[in-house]
Write a protein that binds this ligand. Structure first.
Ligand code: SF4
Length: 733
């Protein structure tokens, strides 16, 4: 039953709201009739989307707002975990319950026994971190470790460093607004998705319409890419080798920016020597690409000015060598003079916000207990200070190196989004306390002791403190959606965290939501009310910032040779490292699993594990698809639009086949984030459709610097699926 609190009989009003059905950034105009949101259309005045919206906004956003499956009040578990029996409780009782349990666990096991988990930031980073720091736990499990974090770690070590979040944004982002004449799509699907504040579907489409030189480095070619594109369908996990081959050509043929190298680079001679062993001919063997095509791509990228690289999760997900592979790509941006240059890859300026995370509250002896950080050193350095999620779930199960007894999950769906589904589910079930703030009863929420009703798009309006929008002319600082209506007892993450902070006894750090906002915005010289009156505030673009600010690295230079990685005991230069499973590293396994699996194919309809309950989106994409080259499908007896099994050494899934001639014949691709809201609780079909059934949580296979998990470059086999055999056939052992 809907409980619409903001009834305004007989009144129609229109408001502008920044869409938050994904990371956000597109402008919308929302019509509210009699207190009910009736229509959401694109805002033609917004310079980012100019009136256009993707499928996740519009009708789907209204469905999300009023869906009968939304959680509308706090629900306390009664009976067995995962049994689906709940008792509605008030917010005061719910928050007091969480605080009491957290303090009791802290007394028995230490603050580190309480972990937080958060997903792709829906603007709750800073406030969750402040609460964790005040409480004394170093364990925030963040999806960042395999999504964007590897690019953050690469850029932070190489260039942005101490400027991150203060003067500059951390990562060098494609500047589609300044007419790049060469666009490289490297492991990125930004034509249909977006990330880190860069809306892909409008600015990139516009930039591509100008007809730039187009290079695609990806085993799948985007459907919209044209025949004129130069396509390098590389073997997954060989990105560093590919980038080093480009560097080899660029240095050998003296195509690099001599002035930038002379004045701003640290370690050029060492890089030259390293790249010398990566000739295109040698790298052709590693990457399964053509040497002449590698050479042509390197020349085109270096000679065409300006040139930009759209990079994405494709490289973040390769496991062992993810950070260094991203670093090799980042080095290309600097060497060719495309760094922080119009139409190249730029650090958008950071809005002048207060540092609200309060790291000073976390005692050093507690920080030293961060799970996984002893091994993965980038987890000790801002801006990637998180626990290693697979190590957190392992600690829950094994109580090693110490017990973890509670998890407070805010805007995250670990049962779907973290590797090795069966282990994550077992860990969630074992917790003494699982609290989940969510909008739908997800597979994670279904296992909780307490579920809290979260406000989402069009129900909240916090100032955006993170993942600011990279717009034309500067960084857009806005409020994250608008509080257009109030439904049920849903509350924003900020409201929950402030209440919990107060109940735990930290009122001085959590005086109120308004107090937190005022503190955050104070350096900008604008209040919350004033910000809400504006669509956004623009922090103007500055190009070539390093000429004034220097680079944020220890040497103040663009570090081809990373002194940070050297100090941590890692290779200071990028190199090719075979994926943990590969034809070369594990030939015996390859004999059994002769194809390479990439999970994480992006969809224009779903944002990670969001959107699956919404009818409009389910009509557009009812099920996850297994993409495979038609010749490979024929070789293994698979038929388009029929079911097939895809199996790794971790598990198997039964999925519908989609043949795609624009994919490398040795590669199988599947999407991530799938669950089935209508399937039986608590699992909601994850063992039938979730890609992480096929992945592993082994720290030995994770990136050596940040710990990101291998979600791509896995070995697999495929075979036809017979007729369905009851409801257990697709289930994994
Ligand atoms: S791309 Fe994201 S912000 Fe833009 S309309 Fe789609 S869901 Fe909304």
């Amino acid at each position: 039953m809907l409980d619409i609190a903001a009834k305004e009989p007989g009144r129609t009003r229109q408001i502008k709201a920044i869409c938050r059905m994904c990371h956000g950034g597109c402008g919308t105009v929302v019509t509210v009739e009699n207190g009910v949101v009736a229509k959401v259309v694109g805002d033609p005045d917004n310079p980012i989307n100019r009136g256009k919206l993707c499928a996740k906004a519009g009708r789907a956003s209204i469905e999300q707002l009023y869906h009968p499956g939304r959680i509308d009040r706090p629900l306390m578990r009664v009976g067995e975990k995962g049994g689906g029996q709940w008792r509605p409780v008030g917010w005061d009782e719910a928050v007091a319950f969480v605080a009491d349990k957290m303090l009791a666990i802290k007394d028995r096991f230490g603050a580190e026994a309480v972990a937080f988990a958060r997903g792709v930031s829906i603007n709750n980073n800073q406030i969750i971190t402040r609460l964790a720091n005040a409480f004394g736990t170093p364990n925030i499990a963040s999806i960042n470790y395999y999504c964007y974090g590897p690019r953050v770690a690469a850029c932070s070590a190489t260039s942005s460093g101490r400027h991150s979040g203060r003067l500059w944004d951390t990562v060098a982002i494609a500047d589609f607004y300044s007419a790049p004449n060469c666009i490289v799509e490297w492991g990125s699907q930004k034509r249909i998705s977006n990330d880190h504040g860069l809306i892909g579907h409008i600015p990139m489409t516009d930039a591509l319409r100008r007809g730039p030189v187009s290079i695609v480095v990806d085993p799948r070619k985007p459907a919209a890419a044209g025949p004129g594109d130069l396509w390098l369908p590389l073997r997954p996990g060989t990105d560093a080798a590919m980038a080093l081959a480009w560097i080899n050509v660029i240095i050998e043929e003296e195509l690099y920016d001599r002035g930038f190298v002379r004045d701003w680079c640290h370690g050029f001679e060492a890089l030259k020597e390293r790249a010398g062993s990566y000739s295109p001919e040698h790298v052709a063997d590693i990457t399964w690409c053509d040497a002449a095509a590698i050479r042509a791509a390197a020349r085109a990228y270096a000679r065409t000015k300006p040139a930009t690289i759209a990079w994405g999760t494709g490289v973040d997900h390769i496991g062992l060598n993810a950070v260094q592979s991203n670093r090799a790509i980042h080095l290309l941006m600097g060497l060719t003079g495309n760094l922080d240059a119009p139409g190249g890859n730029c650090f958008w300026p950071a809005p002048l916000l207060a540092d609200t995370e309060r790291w000073d509250l976390l005692p050093p002896e507690q920080a030293a207990k961060r799970l996984g950080a002893e091994r993965f050193k980038a987890l000790t350095a801002r801006p990637t200070v998180y626990a290693h999620p697979p190590s957190v779930f392992r600690a829950i199960l094994t109580e090693q190196p110490y017990p973890v007894k509670a998890m407070i999950v805010i805007g995250n769906n670990p049962a779907v989004c973290y590797p090795k589904t069966a282990s994550v589910v077992a860990a969630l079930k074992k917790l003494e306390l699982l609290v989940v703030s969510e909008i739908f009863m997800t597979p994670t929420a279904s296992l909780a002791d307490l579920v809290l009703p979260a406000a989402a798009n069009l129900e909240r309006d916090d100032p955006r403190l993170y993942m600011h929008i990279k717009g034309p002319g500067g960084t857009f600082m806005d409020t994250s959606t608008r509080s257009a209506v109030t439904v049920g007892e849903r509350r924003s993450d900020w409201d929950f965290v402030v209440r919990l902070g107060q109940a735990l006894g930290y009122r001085e750090h959590f005086p109120s939501v308004e107090g937190f906002v005022a503190e955050a915005l104070e350096p900008m010289g604008i209040g919350w009310d004033a910000l809400k009156q504006r669509d956004y505030v623009v922090e103007p673009m500055r190009y070539w910032k390093y000429r004034e600010d220097g680079f944020g690295t220890p040497t103040g230079k663009f570090e081809l040779w990373s002194t940070t990685f050297e100090a941590w005991g890692y290779d200071p230069l990028p190199a090719h490292v075979e994926p943990a499973e590969s034809p070369l590293r594990t030939p015996a396994l390859f004999a059994q699993f002769p194809l390479i699996l990439n999970t994480g194919v992006r969809s224009p309809f779903y944002w990670n594990s969001n959107g699956h309950p919404l009818p409009t989106l389910r009509r557009l994409q009812p099920a996850p698809l297994l993409e495979i080259h038609p010749d490979t499908a024929a070789e293994y007896g698979l038929t388009d639009k029929r079911d097939a099994w895809v199996e790794t050494r971790s598990g198997r899934l039964r999925l519908r086949v989609r043949v795609n001639p624009m994919t490398h014949p040795k590669i199988v691709s599947i999407p991530h984030g799938w669950w089935q809201p209508d399937a039986r609780a608590p699992e909601h079909g994850i063992f039938e459709v979730c890609s992480n059934v096929l992945t592993d949580d082994d720290p030995d296979q994770c990136d050596v610097i940040l710990g990101s998990s291998p979600l791509k470059a896995l070995l697999c086999r495929v075979y036809p699926a017979g007729p369905r055999d009851g409801d257990t056939e697709g289930r994994n052992a």
